[in-house]
Every structure is written in structure tokens, then in C-alpha cells.
Design a binder for this molecule. Structure first.
Ligand code: SF4
Length: 97
């Protein structure tokens, strides 16, 4: 149904026949870590997230997985191994005595 308080007219899964069913009956405003994110929209209570109603929770365990402005860099070590050795290692081959 469409929100009628924070983001009037916007479809929201938390809006039901009895109003907003999210914690405390409302979305929460963004947190400092959100600044720069493309998902920030302006609602009647200030800047809110259009992807998740409680931004503080999204950052409580690390980087928000919906954030558009933060990229996670994964370093892959460039380890080169002889393909024959790698094959033997993978098959669990034992050395001959
Ligand atoms: S997607 Fe994450 S970082 Fe972006 S506004 Fe929402 S909670 Fe904040």
C-alpha cells in the first residue's frame, strides 16, 4: 500500500490498513554513513532511505549492503602455481618414496 505519512504516495510494504507497521510506526532518518548514497529521499520527517526504513540498523554490523556510494574492495593475491602441481594437490596425490 502507499505510505501516507513519511513518503506520501510511495508504495511501501510496511504500510497496512492500520498504518505503518514498522517499529514505532515510522521510517527513521538517515545516519552520517548514508551521506552520498543515491537512495536518500526527502520525506516529511527529513532525509530517509527509500530502500530500508531504519538506516542505523543497516550500518550496525558493518557497511550497508544497499549503499550506492561505498564500494568494497576485495584483494585477490596473485598466486601463480604450476598447473601440474595444482592438479596433483587437488587430487590429493602422495609423493613417492
Ligand atoms: S541504502 Fe544504506 S547507505 Fe543508502 S541511505 Fe539507505 S541505509 Fe543509508
Amino acid at each position: 500500500m502507499q505510505c501516507q505519512t513519511v513518503l506520501p504516495g510511495i508504495e511501501c510494504t510496511f504500510w497496512g490498513k492500520q498504518g505503518c507497521i514498522f517499529t514505532n510506526g515510522s521510517c527513521q532518518t538517515i545516519v552520517e554513513n548514508c551521506e552520498g548514497c543515491d537512495r536518500i529521499v526527502t520525506g516529511t520527517i527529513g532525509q530517509v532511505c527509500n530502500a530500508y526504513p531504519a538506516p542505523v540498523k543497516k550500518w550496525s554490523n558493518g557497511i550497508c549492503n544497499f549503499a550506492s556510494h561505498v564500494k568494497i574492495e576485495i584483494k585477490v593475491e596473485d598466486t601463480k602455481m604450476n598447473p601440474l602441481k595444482a592438479s596433483k594437490k587437488a587430487s590429493g596425490a602422495k609423493k613417492k618414496k
